[in-house]
Design a protein around this ligand. Structure first.
Ligand code: HEM
Length: 298
């Protein structure tokens, strides 16, 4: 099936970015920009920027400042377009686009990865899948509308445990990068200011000292309240930690619960034994040849 052109372009960018990272001879922009891959990278960049620019321009046209002030809730784009600093200057077009790009990328690829991998683990573990389905059926049967409502999401405790365990085991954002502004010392090792530091969240989630020798196993009971209290709160960091952690994490958790609960309410998933699922880190955690599942109507 054909992919949406925006999704395809983001996929190609992550593939090309990862390839360039592994090819030191392509680090010079001058050389890289002359290569086929470099040219295609620029083309894809221009395309995703244009998609974001169109979204911004449409809103800019639709909005007059006085209309915004009468709006009950300002959304993200309204705020960016109307923000002024202390000197009354607006954000530059490029700054706004950078923010919109981050949201559009972080907002779709990460949750898509999380949901796919969690569903895969549930398909591999019919017992846990069944417990999720029973919980969803019970919670839905107790609602007035007969459908899952916003306030019910926090009642899906078993599903939440499976989501967290899936995000530990598969880690949708496996690596993040920081530049340290000042010299720091970690375990007696001095890291000079201006170093590039790669933080491997996937390895953190597979530290056998914390998670045990069975860290490759899907065990949602790791996330019962009692077991969580026993662990360091930084042992599980799918959304990173600190002042630049994920702003979308509550939204992402809700999205995962809604999509998974809706799917599990209607279908039972099983794995396709003939298809080999292989992890591939392309900015987010992907599967090399995709994940194939059977969806059996309940
Ligand atoms: C399962 C889903 C998600 C995961 C695992 C995830 C993970 C992360 C991580 C690890 C970071 C830190 C990146 C870094 O330090 O380089 C981050 C940042 C960010 N995320 Fe998410 N994210 C998810 C969903 C979302 C969603 C749905 C949105 C928006 C709707 C979002 C918006 C952002 C933004 C704007 C940042 C940058 C924050 C900053 O730099 O201050 N994320 N995310």
């Amino acid at each position: 099936k054909e992919r949406n052109p925006y999704i395809q372009a983001v996929y190609d960018l992550t593939l090309e970015w990862t390839r360039r990272n592994g090819s030191p001879w392509l680090y010079s922009d001058f050389i890289y920009n002359l290569t086929k891959g470099g040219k295609k990278f620029k083309e894809n960049c221009d395309f995703v920027h244009k998609v974001a620019d169109d979204v911004i321009e449409k809103r800019r046209q639709a909005l007059k400042d006085d209309e915004v002030s009468s709006k009950k809730y300002l959304d993200f784009l309204d705020i960016l377009l109307t923000a002024r600093d202390e000197d009354g200057n607006r954000m530059s077009k490029e700054d706004i686009r950078n923010k919109v790009d981050t949201f559009m990328f972080e907002g779709h690829d990460t949750t898509a990865s999380a949901i796919s991998w969690i569903l895969y683990s549930l398909a591999e573990h019919p017992d846990h899948q069944k417990q999720c389905q029973e919980e969803i059926d019970r919670v839905v049967s107790e609602t007035k509308s007969g459908e899952l409502e916003w306030k019910d999401l926090e009642r899906l405790e078993y599903l939440t445990r499976c989501i967290k365990e899936g995000m530990r085991l598969h880690t949708p954002v496996p690596l993040i990068i920081r530049n340290n502004q000042s010299t720091i010392t970690v375990d007696n090792e001095v890291v000079p200011a201006g170093s590039t530091i790669l933080i491997n969240i996937y390895s953190l989630h597979h530290n056998a000292e914390i998670w045990g020798e069975d860290h490759m196993k899907f065990k949602p009971e790791r996330f019962t309240k009692e077991n969580m209290e026993k662990r360091d709160s930084f042992a599980f960091c799918p959304f990173s930690a600190g002042p630049r952690n994920c702003i979308g994490q509550n939204f992402a958790m809700s999205e995962e619960k809604i999509v998974l609960a809706t799917l599990l309410q209607r279908f039972t998933f099983t794995v396709d034994e003939k298809h080999i699922v292989e992890k591939q880190v392309l900015v987010v955690m992907r599967a090399k040849n995709g994940i194939k599942l059977f969806a059996i109507p309940r």
